[in-house]
Every structure is written in structure tokens, then in C-alpha cells.
Design a protein around this ligand. Sequence first.
Ligand code: C2E
Ligand code: MG
Ligand code: MG
Ligand code: MG
Length: 268
Amino acid sequence: QAKRQGHNHVQIYQDSMSLQFKSSAAMRSSLQEAIEKNQLTLHYQPIVRCNDGATIGYEALLRWEREPGKFISPTEFIPLAEMTGQIIPLSEWVFRRACEAAVKLQEHGPCKMAVNLSTLHFNRTEFTPFLEQTLEETGCKPEWLELELTESILMENTDYAVEVLQNLRNKNITISLDDFGTGFSSLSYLKRLPVDKVKIDRSFIAGIRTHRSDRVLIGSVIKIAQSLDFAVVAEGVETPQQAEFVTELGCNYMQGFYFGRPVPLEEL
Ligand code: C2E
Ligand code: MG
Ligand code: MG
Ligand code: MG
């Protein structure tokens, strides 16, 4: 069943990419080229604290500039890179760059760097040694690094994932659960995760104005998460009204276009 879904997924993906690539093979060699030709960059988006608006960190977001000024969205190429395995060198590149940026940013005051973690990369037994080596080589302290993972990582191999994450947390790396609310988490499941923060998916924030159900849900998620000692981040905050709303509900941190779009390091 999983395999069949996987194939279907490839089909759907090829269709949506067909304007840019004739086949997944073309996409594959093009991605290889992207790595070799330095067409990849990281952009950084601020994450602010609700109670005083201070920027406490940044999320590193991958960009593929296929031609000058023409960016391909990570939501398009990351799923394919996960399937071809190219995500491994890609993700290693991201971590190295993000750690270097984290070191540079410390000159302007303490801050964290959040990096999105690929499921495939995480499931490699070499992930923890890779990360330790990268931190050491770049001079990035573990407490500056935050790993953003999605529920799929935890669903696939729970015992293994819990153990690895607990180990990383013991080294003072922060663990965040990304896109919270879009997956299948139950509360009992959430309780046993070695997670420091949950990031409420931006689809809920977008519905604040129009959907009472989203407003009620956000309030409940914040309360439950905080009662389990997780900090809460609201994703996709685009307006002052949304910022005020989640702040009043006791949310800890916010991220979104209202505070800043993802930009290259030089622009921060
Ligand atoms: P994500 O980790 O949930 O990242 C947040 C996404 O929301 C980013 O999209 C960001 O640009 C966008 N965003 C931030 N604020 C707002 C807002 O106020 N309004 C709206 N409409 N959007 C906002 P982006 O950069 O296109 O990345 C999409 C996804 O691709 C990420 O979702 C993440 O899952 C994945 N991704 C990005 N970079 C990497 C990476 O280096 N490695 C891995 N494995 N995945 C990555
Ligand atoms: Mg993220
Ligand atoms: Mg997210
Ligand atoms: Mg997302």
C-alpha cells in the first residue's frame, strides 16, 4: 500500500513539475547541477518573542535559484530530493551553511538558528555524528541550533526517533515540531515526545479572522502544549491582528511575513 502511494506521489509530482522538467530524470540531474553550480542558497526568516517583539532566532529556508531571479520552491523539489536520495547531500549542505550563519549572527546578539530536518537524513544512523562534526567544524554551539521536524519523522520509527531526539536534546539542541496540527498527533502521543516547541501550522493562523473553529483550536492547542511544558510558536503571522490575537492567547513566539520575509544573510 505504501509503495503504491509512493508511486502515485511520484506521478502527481511529475505532473506538477512538468512545466519545468521533462522527467524526474531531468529533475534529478538538474538538482545535481544545482549543488555543483552553487544555485542553492539559504534565506533566513526572523522568529520573534510575543511579549516584547525581540528577535530570538531565525529559520533557515532553502532556495534553488535555477536561473538568476527565478526561484523554485522547496515544497516542489524537496519531496523529489527525498525520493531520489539527493536530499542527503542537500541537507548536509543546509546544515553546514546554517551553522556558519548562526556563528556569524552571534556577533549581533544571541540567537538561535532553526533548520528543517529531512526525514531521510534523520533516519540515517550517521545523522548524530554528522551533526556533531558539523557543529565542531563550524564552531556553532549546540544551544544555537534548533531542529524542526515534522510528525512524519516520529510516526515512522517512534522508538528510534525518540531515542535519537532525546540524545540530541541532552546535548542542548532545541527540538521543534513543525506544522503542528496538520498531522495525526494525539495528545497522549505528544506527551511522550522529546520536544521543546511546537509550531502551529500557518493554515490555522490564516483562519483566525474567518473561522471560529480555528480561533478555538489555537487557544486549546496553546493551553495543552504549554501544560505539557512545550513553548508555542505561531507560524504564518501576516497581520497585526493575528499577532495580537495569538499573543493574547499566551503564545510564546511568532513568525511570519508581518515580522519579516525570508531573506539572504546579507540582508538580515
Ligand atoms: P516550513 O518549515 O513550515 O517553513 C515555513 C514556510 O512558510 C516557508 O515556506 C516560509 O517562507 C513560509 N512563510 C513564512 N511566513 C509566512 C507568512 O506569513 N505567510 C505565508 N503565506 N507563508 C509564510 P518555504 O520557504 O517555501 O518552505 C516550504 C517548506 O519547505 C518548509 O515549510 C519546509 O518544510 C521545507 N523546507 C524549506 N527549507 C528546507 C530545508 O532546508 N530542508 C528541508 N528538509 N526542508 C525545507
Ligand atoms: Mg520549518
Ligand atoms: Mg512550518
Ligand atoms: Mg509548512
